[in-house]
Design a protein around this ligand. Structure first.
Ligand SMILES: [Mg+2]
Length: 203
């Protein structure tokens, strides 16, 4: 069990929650405080034995530098799509290793994002786990390429074949362009202000 706190709490509240859930031995507390308040995060980390995970809203190696210096977490969650790409995240992960921190890439993307993250994980000594929304993705996602990475008994197989090891179905992608409103691409899975079951990604 991993507890997502989504940066919603002041440190004293996060510490209170951590104490309340310690007996359930969750694998981590994720983003207990605002992602840009690293001192608050470090304060929580000092007051609970539970591992702290964070990083899906840190967007460069420089942002991670301060996190490392403060020892403000135990597990980092860089997102390859939002954090400068594969090589930047590799650099961040290698620095995390020198601080005895583990890596659990934030990954809510499709076949390319997940496959790239699997290649990254295969090359890390401090890789912990890979986030994945296999059971909640939009129906189209699994049609855009193959083989689609699937979790079997809690594990992914490493991608095989040349390159990334996947083939995109460009015809299907061209036939299913994203929905836009006023030029902004819509995320049908996260429309939390319309769908009552948004937390199930609309399925
Ligand atoms: Mg998260």
């Amino acid at each position: 069990m991993l507890i997502e706190m989504h940066g919603r709490f002041a440190p004293h509240q996060a510490i209170e929650i951590a104490r309340a859930v310690e007996r359930f031995q969750p694998g981590w507390l994720e983003e207990p405080c605002r992602p840009d308040d690293l001192d608050a995060l470090a304060l929580v980390a000092r007051h609970t034995p539970l591992p702290i995970a964070t990083g899906e809203r840190l967007y460069s190696a420089n942002a991670y530098r301060d996190l490392f210096a403060r020892r403000a977490c135990h597990i980092i969650q860089p997102d390859i799509n939002q954090c400068g790409g594969l090589l930047e995240v590799k650099k961040i992960a290698a620095t995390a290793e020198t601080h005895s921190m583990m890596v659990a890439p934030h990954n809510v993307g499709g076949i390319v994002s997940t496959t790239a993250a699997l290649h990254l994980m295969a090359g890390l000594r401090n890789g912990f786990l890979l986030e994945h929304f296999n059971d909640f993705v939009d129906e189209d996602v699994k049609q855009v390429g193959a083989p689609y990475p699937e979790v079997v008994d809690g594990h992914f197989a490493l991608p095989g074949g040349p390159g990334w090891g996947i083939e995109l179905n460009e015809e299907y992608i061209a036939e299913h362009p994203p929905v836009t409103v006023d030029g902004v691409i819509q995320d049908p899975g996260l429309n939390m202000f319309v769908d009552g079951d948004w937390n199930r990604r609309g399925r």
